[in-house]
Write a protein that binds this ligand. Structure first.
Ligand code: TA6
Length: 289
């Protein structure tokens, strides 16, 4: 495919993965073709909007630690031991269906279709399309089409990694007082703080039926990140803190201090059921100041 000016295909790491480097007057970005994973994004004159681990690993079948991995067609750890956590979409090579530039706005469309190997994990015919519109902000839209003869149900999350100067001075607004499932306390249902979420230990919370609109405030610098979606009703808030960071091996030295995940999708009771032939799309907008 002939790529527009400002978009260049480049190698990612040493294991044969490829990516697209985007350089325009509005932004600089890097997209991994494995998983259609936006890895880096920085609008001109602003701070990086996504966090990518200094120890991120680029190899087939493993999603790089950071950016926005897509968890699909399930979020979380499935009951079956032989199935990957967070689905298989982030481990697959997506087809670049289109790359456009309108002025300085870049639009990338990538597709993932079922095949015999995905049927072993999830016995359905589907087409997933991930469209990224990159300008001063990120707009990412996942469309899922049921190409099967029967309905199917899926869950998903855009597993967004964001930077912060100091997690202990970071607040997440928009989930005040809401109930959440605490993944660290056997999914016990607890209530969110009334004055915003702060981080004092490993944090792993799943919210369902939430608003889709949140703000991350870096209180040390005054910078904030706005997360907006009318289609994603679940939110997952995660920081691995010290011990899990050390166990993970690709978080970098003390990476946990400078990142958090506020993920947007539809999980649990927000799961999506599509009739045969039906398609639904889910848009997420990310912006920084
Ligand atoms: O979204 C939070 C979470 O489910 C955590 O429990 C942690 O496992 C994180 O995702 C990262 O998962 P990964 O499979 O990418 O290492």
């Amino acid at each position: 495919m002939q790529l527009p000016a400002g978009i260049t295909e480049i190698p990612l790491g040493e294991n044969g993965l490829r990516g697209l480097q985007i350089e325009t007057p509005l932004c600089s970005a890097l997209l991994g073709l494995q998983g259609a994973q936006l890895l880096q994004f920085q609008a001109s004159g602003k701070k990086p909007l996504l966090w990518l681990s200094e120890d991120a690993v680029f190899k087939a079948g493993k999603s790089a630690r950071g950016g926005i991995p897509l968890c699909f067609p399930w979020f979380g750890s499935p009951a079956a031991e032989d199935k990957p956590a967070h689905g298989f979409a982030r481990h697959r090579l997506w087809r670049l269906a289109d790359a456009r530039r309108d002025g300085d706005i870049v639009t990338l469309e990538l597709e993932l279709q079922d095949d015999s190997s995905t049927h072993l994990l999830w016995p359905h015919a589907f087409l997933a399309r991930q469209t990224l519109v990159l300008g001063q902000d990120i707009r990412i839209t996942l469309c899922v089409e049921n190409r099967d003869k029967v309905p199917f149900t899926f869950t998903f999350a855009q597993h967004s990694y964001f930077p912060t100067s100091d997690i202990s001075r970071t607040r997440v607004d928009g989930l005040e007082g809401r109930p959440y499932f605490d993944a660290l306390q056997d999914w016990k249902i607890l209530e969110s703080e009334k004055d915003g979420i702060r981080f004092k230990a490993e944090t792993d919370r799943v919210y369902e039926g939430a608003s889709g609109h949140y703000r991350i405030v870096d209180e040390a610098t005054g910078h904030s990140i706005v997360i907006a979606s009318d289609d994603c009703k679940s939110a997952i808030v995660w920081n691995p803190w010290t011990e899990k960071n050390a166990r993970m091996g690709d978080m970098g030295q003390d990476g946990w201090r400078r990142m958090l995940c506020v993920e947007s999708g539809n999980t649990g009771r927000d799961a999506v059921t599509l009739a045969a032939g039906e398609q639904r799309c889910f848009t997420l907008q990310l912006s920084g100041d």
